[in-house]
Design a protein around this ligand. Sequence first.
Ligand code: NAG
Ligand code: NAG
Length: 509
Amino acid sequence: MSRAGVTHLLKGLSLLWLCEVALVSGSILWEVPTAPFTSPVNNTVKLLWEPQCQAQLRHLQDGARITALIPPKLEGSWVSSRCEVRPGPEYLTRSYTFYSSRQFKALQFYYRDSGCREPAYSLLVRGRLRLRQASWVTRGGTEAEPHLHTVSVVFHSAAALHGLAARLPPLCHAQGERGWVPGRPYELHSPRARGSACLEPLGFSMTELSLLRVETQHHARGAIVQELFLGDVPTDWSQRAHYRPTGYQRPLQNSMHHVHPCPVCARVYRSTEQRPPVLPLAPTMSLSLGGRWVSQGCESRPAVLFLTRLFTFDEATRSWEGLYQHYSDPACRQPTFAVRAWGHYALGGPSARVPGAWELVFRVTRAGVRALDPPTARLLNASRPGRCGGAGLWAVGAEQDVTPTGGCGALGIRLPHKEYELFRAELDHRQRPLLFTGERPTDGSSPDRPHKRPTSFQAPLIRCAPETPPPQRHGRGDGPSSSAVSGLRQNGGSVLLSLLSGWYILAVH
Ligand SMILES: *[C@@H]1O[C@H](CO)[C@@H](O)[C@H](O)[C@H]1NC(C)=O
Ligand SMILES: *[C@@H]1O[C@H](CO)[C@@H](O)[C@H](O)[C@H]1NC(C)=O
């Protein structure tokens, strides 16, 4: 590779963005997306969280501790760190290996259960990946083109075999169903045979490899953690084969540089298509939402949104407040606007479709919007009267109540608004409580009807430290916040939100 990766700190500055693009393209600087917002960062407005929530953010205010190369260095093995849930729902773990020859080998292990303990079948995908250019759409991402050579399936039980066989057209049963034996690899796709005819009925596609990002976290004492972000999987099953990702799935961990401890990483890494990983039994968690929950880092959403979320739940009154802080860059350093929303929620009980998760309904009744850079202030200021707060009254940094105008048309906020939600609680690798909120429909619509309720999840939120933390309790490696865990367990069943649909519209810059 002629353009040896030059590490640079990921800063959201437009100049650097141009450099990144130049790095990828070699000499030719093609038409780049103009950096949307070029105002200098206002450091005053960055610090919106309270100190106890601030401490939970891995790196947000300290972007220097995360680096991301463009193009990314992929060589090596990357594995799931937990049982993954895809829209459907589908439960899987992944183990992907990239070679310097640009070949790759991707193992996907599918399960019958939401704990990834009963393997159904595994797919072994071999192919070649061509890195192309910095993404025009998703800043900080690199576009790539996967070419599949072979895709093989191995069934792990007779039930899985029959279940899957029923979904495949006769063409794919070339050896007859009796030719399929659990444990034996069977080629579903090869350069010679069958094209994608046997893959699409399975909802299989490797479009996730067309958008990539590798983040390196630099921890104390020289420890590093590397994560591979691959393109998101659309929530609409029918879009899968031809979807162009603009957001990411939860990242895979580098097998050499992963979070510690990671028992799942080790199991997935050692597995083969014949011997799929069986994950350790996770403790059942009944959750209590009460308290504050915050993003662990800069989150990305399909259609170009970078954001952090902070939620407060009051279980006694079943009320919630959400603060959504939006940014124009993948390191969440250039704030564009913040939305504060209030409302109530109702608990619907355990989900039948996604065991271990909970159904909820959220109502948003009030919202306030704050422009955090001049372009956004101008955009909101240009709203027609009655469409988004006080037209002509917008100024950077000043919050406006948009409840009287029924929301804010420019940001796609409608009030009052109702959403059908799916939440799930888990513990992270350090036994701290995590809250997963439902994935939003990829098309930017709102899950405002029961059939649109999510079946998969966004990046998890972490509970803010207790309100009265012991003085100077330092050390990121400290154990579970026991009060938070017991708080989680003490009252059964309740959880949090993700809410608020359409304000991705603004993200079009
Ligand atoms: C908003 O509009 C008003 C009236 O048109 C104008 O005086 C003000 O400068 C504008 N503010 C911004 C931030 O564009
Ligand atoms: C940054 O924002 C704060 C609060 O919104 C404001 O008081 C301050 O003047 C701004 N600073 C700059 C340099 O624009």
